[in-house]
Design a protein around this ligand. Structure first.
Ligand code: C2E
Ligand code: CA
Ligand code: CA
Length: 782
């Protein structure tokens, strides 16, 4: 060692003498004794006063790795008040390559290492160089190799390969030299760092942008954007994203809402910016909205990410001044973010329309089902229920007052439903005029909901009394998925609908069995009609009880299903009517019956009449008369001998069409019997409208006829009515001689019932005809 340096360091109170890190700005008092000081470390004569006012800001960190303690001291002394490009130095000390490596592994931002070549081993320094560049990948850090003995000089190759800044013998590094070398190294480091930061930043921008483009929700996007900004600037993110709250059709207000916030802005999420943020931030955001660019303001910046007139602003506090390169990167990033946000917004809107009802802003049916399924899946059992609330006669209101009124009413109804239900309840608009409600049973109180609709709705100047009808299913009473719950609630609702008004009904298992049976029945009826399978027409005699003469037959449909069960017409006819299948079925029965009539006529029963039941539904078909005409012709039937049995409810049908049908059929010579007369609501008034030829006294009035004089009243009245209008009268369901007797006394001669004969197949009927004693009515067939 040519250099003899003795430095006594008196550090500031609290700092230890062998502190590895020495701040050159600390006050240092030194006593230097050395032989060759001028040569090696020529200090300026005066001991420079330390600049204690300098705020402990940015420092260049320099690691001195040398096994010679004196080198540490001398270097420290030499650099004690040195500033390079405005920043002081911070020295870190290592006494072996090993120690240096562990410092490098734990300390960041070391600009330069002054590295002794020979330490614990002759090549310890050189192998550390390798570690620095290859293993630790510290590429910007500058390396100044120092050696005491020139003989240990590394090969040029090492210097080239490992990007070594400088190689000096210790004696070469005089004071001035040391500082110039260090300055050059630090500047190189700084430039390399800038380039590195630039690259890191750009790749962060690219990476973040790519990630952001994958996001689908604005909230998620906002969160990621703030996170990415933090990463880009290497700071803990402190910022917020605010957006203009808007309806998906129109801007409802121009308040900026905080969509997301991180750091100290986290508490503002969901609030209005004007209410949550301090004036300075508001002002910055407003300025950004006005300029529609990125605005740098002290340590913070605001970034406009909107599109069109839709404002989205990021406010981000970096809490330190931004470097030029960072500003440029942020400008690039802002463009990417804006595009990303526009995409997200688009997706959200698509999502919104796919899963929400734009009018009430409630989830739609699909979303509702998904939410309910989610709930069913996540919780086992539990006392929850699903209700469907249906607005009674909503379409009438819609038709009468217009769609705008209807829309307003729907919004009103959704609000009242929401207010009437408890917490934890999810609501959706599941169809035009019905809402789905799902939640804990105790939060869905039917009485509370009903009460909520007691007051009228005021809609565009109309006071509307609105009722809701509810179908409810308890999760415990149902099984399966949301779809099934909804279906069962619907069953309950249909049941409620039958009760009329704002009734409500709970789903029960029997209800679902009923429906399942009905559905099964419907399917097999459809097949029966399509393939004419198991269907037949039976005939029940109608007689003149006074003479016993057979006057006609009533055609009655019979159906035996695939399992061999007889299904009563009282079950399948209403079903066929509801589904419209009755049109086909009725015409088919008519064709069979008229064909049979023609046969019997051909066999000599010349006066036999055929009564055919026609459903009110059949009269709704425009071409009904044409169809009848066609069948009559096809069967070569005698029009004079045909009676159509219609019920009074036919009178409730569309009047013009009905009148024209009835008139046309009547003109053809077909007669009309009013079936089940007396059971309808407005018998007499209907009677004047319908061109009736015959009244049929319903079985209900016949069966009680023997109970006492009072119970004959209806039958007697019908007979009188018929007589006064010169109409024929037929009593149905006559089962006993006594009933027959009384009817005869009342003046009703024509009768039908088990007493005379059951409905029979054509073969049975032929047998019945043969067996029948001439002139006798008493031939009941069992
Ligand atoms: P409906 O027109 O009132 O037919 C008379 C019903 O009374 C028939 O029932 C018949 O079997 C039954 N009946 C006859 N005499 C007696 C009796 O002495 N005692 C009792 N208890 N019942 C008696 P059915 O055949 O079960 O038909 C039921 C209903 O189905 C019919 O009532 C009719 O409304 C409808 N229907 C039957 N066939 C057809 C058809 O081809 N077309 C249409 N549209 N409806 C039909
Ligand atoms: Ca009938
Ligand atoms: Ca009847």
């Amino acid at each position: 060692m040519s250099t003899q340096v003795q430095i006594q360091m008196a550090t500031q109170a609290g700092a230890s003498a062998n502190a590895r890190v020495t701040h050159q700005s600390n006050s240092v008092v030194q006593n230097v004794e050395e032989s060759n000081v001028e040569e090696s470390f020529p200090f300026s004569e005066e001991i420079l006063p330390t600049d204690t006012d300098e705020p402990p800001k940015h420092r260049w960190r320099i690691l001195i790795a040398d096994d010679d303690e004196e080198v540490h001291s001398a270097t420290a002394f030499a650099l004690r008040a040195v500033k390079i490009d405005g920043s002081a130095l911070e020295l870190l000390h290592a006494h072996s390559a090993q120690e240096a490596q562990s410092i490098l592994q734990t300390q960041a931002d070391i600009a330069v290492i002054m590295l002794d070549v020979v330490m614990e081993t002759p090549h310890a320094g050189l192998s550390l160089v390798k570690t620095i560049r290859q293993d630790l990948e510290l590429r910007s850090m500058r390396i100044i190799l120092r050696t005491g003995q020139p003989g240990y000089a590394p090969e040029l190759e090492v210097i080239r390969n490992f990007d070594i800044n400088d190689y000096r013998t210790k004696s070469e590094l005089t004071h001035t030299r040391l500082i110039t070398t260090l300055t050059a190294a630090i500047r190189a480091y700084s430039q390399l760092e800038q380039i590195e930061a630039n690259n890191r930043g750009l790749s962060e921008v690219v990476r973040s942008s790519n990630n952001l483009f994958r996001l689908r929700s604005a909230r998620e996007f906002a969160r990621s954007a703030l996170e990415s900004l933090g990463k880009l600037l290497c700071v803990v993110p402190q910022g917020l994203v605010c957006v203009e709250q808007r309806n998906h059709q129109e801007i409802v207000d121009t308040d900026l809402h905080v969509l997301h916030g991180v750091g100290r802005f986290g508490v503002m999420v969901g609030s209005i910016l004007e209410k949550a943020a301090d004036v300075e931030i508001q002002r910055a955001v407003r300025r950004c909205v006005a300029s529609k660019t990125i605005v740098f303001d002290g340590n913070a910046f605001t970034m406009w990410l909107g599109h069109g007139s839709h404002d989205v602003v990021i406010y981000f506090d970096v809490e330190r001044p931004l470097q030029d390169i960072e500003r440029r990167l942020l400008e690039v990033f802002a463009t990417n973010l804006a595009v990303g946000f526009e995409n997200v917004d688009l997706f959200e809107r698509l999502d919104f329309f796919a899963f929400f009802d734009p009018l009430t802003r409630l989830p739609n049916r699909s979303r509702f089902l998904a939410d309910v399924d989610q709930d069913l899946f996540s919780r086992q059992g539990g006392s929850r229920c699903l209700a469907i609330a249906d607005i009674v006669r909503f379409s009438d209101i819609n038709d009468a007052l217009g769609h705008r009124c209807g829309d307003t009413l729907l919004i009103g109804v959704s609000k009242r439903l929401r207010a009437a239900t408890g917490t934890g309840v999810s609501m959706a608009r599941i169809s035009g005029d019905s809402f789905g409600i799902f939640g804990p049973e105790n939060a869905i109180d039917l009485a509370a909901i009903r009460r909520a609709f007691e007051a009228p709705f005021f809609v565009h100047g109309h006071a509307l009394a609105v009722q809701v009808r509810l179908g409810v299913v308890r999760v415990a009473d149902s099984k399966g998925s949301a779809v099934e719950l909804l279906r069962n609630a619907n069953l309950a609702l249909n049941q409620a609908r039958q009760s009329g008004g704002g009734a409500s009904n709970f789903f029960t298992r029997s209800l679902s069995e009923d429906v399942q049976n009905r559905v099964a029945l419907l399917h097999s009826l459809r097949a029966a009609i399509d393939f004419r399978r198991g269907l037949a027409v039976h005939y029940q005699p109608q007689v003149d009880a006074r003479t016993g003469r057979l006057i006609g037959v009533e055609a009655l449909l019979r159906w035996r299903n695939d399992y061999g069960e007889m299904i009563s017409p009282d079950r399948f006819i209403p079903l066929a009517e509801r589904t419209g299948m009755i049109n086909e079925l009725g015409l088919w029965a008519m064709e069979v019956a008229l064909d049979r009539l023609a046969t019997w006529h051909g066999q000599g029963h010349r006066d036999l009449r055929m009564s055919i039941n026609i459903s009110p539904v059949q009269f709704r078909a425009e071409d009904f008369v044409d169809k009848v005409r066609h069948i009559v012709k096809l069967c070569d039937a005698s029009l004079r001998h045909i009676t159509f049995e219609i019920t009074e409810s036919v009178g409730l049908e569309d009047h013009d069409l009905l009148a024209s049908h009835l008139t046309a059929l009547h003109a053809m010579g077909i007669k009309f019997a009013i079936d089940d007369f007396g059971t309808g609501f407005s018998s007499l008034s209907q009677l004047t409208r319908l061109p009736a030829d015959i009244l049929k006294i319903d079985r209900a009035f016949v069966s009680t006829i023997t109970d006492g004089p009072g119970d004959r009243a209806v039958a007697a009245t019908v007979v009188m009515l018929a007589q006064s209008r010169q109409l024929g009268v037929v009593a149905e369901g006559v089962e006993t001689a006594e009933q027959m007797q009384i009817l005869l006394e009342l003046g009703c001669d024509q009768m039908q019932g088990y007493y005379f004969g059951h409905p029979m197949s054509p073969d049975q009927f032929d047998a019945w005809l043969l067996e029948r004693p001439k002139g006798s009515g008493e031939l009941p067939i069992s």
